[in-house]
Design a protein around this ligand. Structure first.
Ligand SMILES: Cc1cc2nc3c(=O)[nH]c(=O)nc-3n(C[C@H](O)[C@H](O)[C@H](O)COP(=O)(O)OP(=O)(O)OC[C@H]3O[C@@H](n4cnc5c(N)ncnc54)[C@H](O)[C@@H]3O)c2cc1C
Length: 381
């Protein structure tokens, strides 16, 4: 790898920003092109599991990240009536997997990543429309007619990646069969249990955040593109979750109606390749997954660290990209598949299937549930 390389990153989400930090640490010149003119304080919470915390440690951000965390006694899954099905203590999770689990507001993580970048790295309001590569370099083309030449290009442009379409053609996204709402409420959370409550074709998840805030999400089985209730998401959710165990209705009630996000859930069928020549993909552009394992952003962080390692070791830029892909693709694809499977179980609707599921979870020894996740959460990229 030559230290005079200039790397173009398309997309300033968590993946693009983290990759820029990792490449900057190698002493490489890097520019991130983000199409939105401003990075808004959007989004809700993000679970950063031990594998992601270890990746952020490698980016030198472990300490400020840990300072954002809220101590959690335990995490688990409950049945619809609030009965615990699986309960794991946060300290056991940390001891088993070698780092804590930290739930952050997405905007706080974005601010942390952005602050670690050199001042001129991030360019806002640059929408990349495509690229041209040749033996000497790669040229990114932008919507306003400008173009920028570099040595390598990283497509970190999210689930509907235009860079991926140029590389491999249109890849259909796969609708998971359920829709999700997310929000953040100001809410005292001394005794809150981090975790999910599973019903029939519906779920509600809660995680305490710093500054007396609570991140929550809700799902329900529905056809893609189902219309919102005429009186809005908040009113619909209050109706759907009326009578559920504490503090579900109160957390919804404490949320600003206009700040509730709603998305149908899609993933990308695992790709066989991520790159070609001087171009590769990273984050959701490469491996968009359903949120059931809370791993999408965690995997983008692992990608960032592995990309820098690949380029550091590679004899040339494109050899470095292929080394990165070889190191990451099987693991990321396995997590896409696993996340899909967990979603199928969590969203079961038939009463008999739900009863069997709950019985199996309730009677699973806790060390067995931990062991199942070692490959996923204990991983150090
Ligand atoms: C309901 C839900 C809950 C989730 N919960 C979790 C969780 O708890 N933990 C977790 O780890 N993950 C979670 N995720 C997944 C996580 O949000 C994503 O995996 C992660 O944000 C992907 O980051 P990214 O940088 O790859 O893509 P994005 O965040 O999508 O960023 C892509 C960026 O590229 C920009 N862009 C796009 N096209 C262009 C272009 N042509 N030119 C320039 N810029 C462009 C976009 O504006 C955007 O800023 C969740 C997702 C959902 C939907």
């Amino acid at each position: 790898m030559s230290e005079s390389m200039h790397i173009l990153i398309i997309g300033g989400g968590i993946g693009g920003l983290a990759a820029a930090i990792a490449l900057q640490q190698l002493g490489l010149a890097v520019t991130v092109f983000e199409r939105t003119p401003e990075l808004h304080e959007v989004g809700a919470g993000l679970s950063l599991w031990p594998n992601a915390v270890k990746a952020l440690d490698k980016l030198g951000l472990g300490e400020p990240l840990r300072a954002m965390g809220v101590p959690n006694g335990s995490a688990g899954i409950r049945a619809w009536d609030g009965t615990p099905l699986v309960q794991l203590s946060a300290s056991t999770l940390e001891q088993t997997f070698g780092a804590p689990t930290i739930v952050v507001h997405r905007a706080d993580l974005q601010t942390l990543l952005r602050a670690a970048l050199a001042p001129d790295v991030l360019r806002l309001g640059w929408e990349c429309t495509g690229f041209v590569q040749d033996a000497e370099g790669v040229t990114a083309q932008f919507a306003d007619g400008q173009s920028v030449r570099g040595d390598l290009l990283i497509g970190a442009d999210g689930i509907r990646s235009a860079m991926r379409t140029q590389l491999f053609g249109e890849q259909p996204l796969r609708y998971a069969g359920y829709t999700a709402w997310r929000g953040v409420a100001h809410f005292a959370h001394d005794q809150l249990l981090l975790g999910e409550t599973w019903g029939r074709g519906t779920r509600f998840g809660i995680a305490p955040l710093n500054q007396e805030r609570v991140y929550w999400f809700a799902t329900r089985n529905a056809p893609a593109g189902s219309a919102a209730a005429p009186d809005g998401h908040k009113a619909e959710l209050l109706r759907r979750f009326r009578g559920r165990h504490d503090p579900i209705p109160a957390v919804i009630a404490a949320t600003e109606a206009t700040a509730i996000l709603h998305n149908d859930i899609y993933d990308l069928q695992p790709l066989k390749r991520w790159g070609q020549g001087r171009v590769t993909l990273l984050g959701d552009a490469a491996h968009a997954m359903t949120p059931n394992l809370g791993q999408g952003a965690c995997q983008a962080l692992e990608d960032a660290v592995a990309l820098a390692a690949g380029l550091h070791a590679g004899s040339s830029g494109d050899a470095g990209l292929r080394a990165y892909e070889a190191r990451r693709i099987n693991r990321a694809n396995a997590i896409v598949r696993q996340s899909w499977r967990v979603g199928r179980i969590a969203q079961l609707e038939h009463p008999l299937a739900v009863g069997l599921r709950n019985f199996a979870f309730k009677h699973m020894p806790s060390n067995m549930s931990m062991r199942q996740f070692t490959w996923l959460l204990g991983h150090e990229v």
